[in-house]
Design a protein around this ligand. Structure first.
Ligand code: FES
Length: 96
């Protein structure tokens, strides 16, 4: 089984990845607009908005999302996503 990851409003082509593939292992600056830092859910570099069906964030991810994107219900940390369905992913745009 595989999932399609697409990047709306970007020039990047969709990717097909196996279920449960860590996005931080596959998404690079060459194939996606998503950047990663720590890859462990601490730094917030990979903050994105998601359209699609994924499990809710765990407590640690939720706490960081509440700080980084308090008003965005579909904000997630890309490095913490368990890939189970097709997703659309966009970098989170910080509102100034
Ligand atoms: S890469 Fe640091 S939180 Fe995801």
């Amino acid at each position: 089984m595989s999932c399609q990851i697409s990047f709306p409003n970007s020039a990047y082509d969709p990717l097909t990845l196996d279920l449960h593939t860590p996005l931080a292992n596959e998404l690079t600056v060459q194939n996606s607009p998503i950047l990663f830092g720590c890859r462990t859910g601490i730094c917030g570099t990979c903050l994105v908005t998601i359209t699609g069906d994924i499990a809710p964030p765990n407590t640690e991810e939720r706490e960081l999302l509440d700080i980084l994107a308090p008003d965005c219900l579909n904000a997630r940390l890309a490095c913490q996503i368990d890939l189970t369905h097709d997703l659309e992913i966009c970098p989170y745009e910080i509102k100034m």
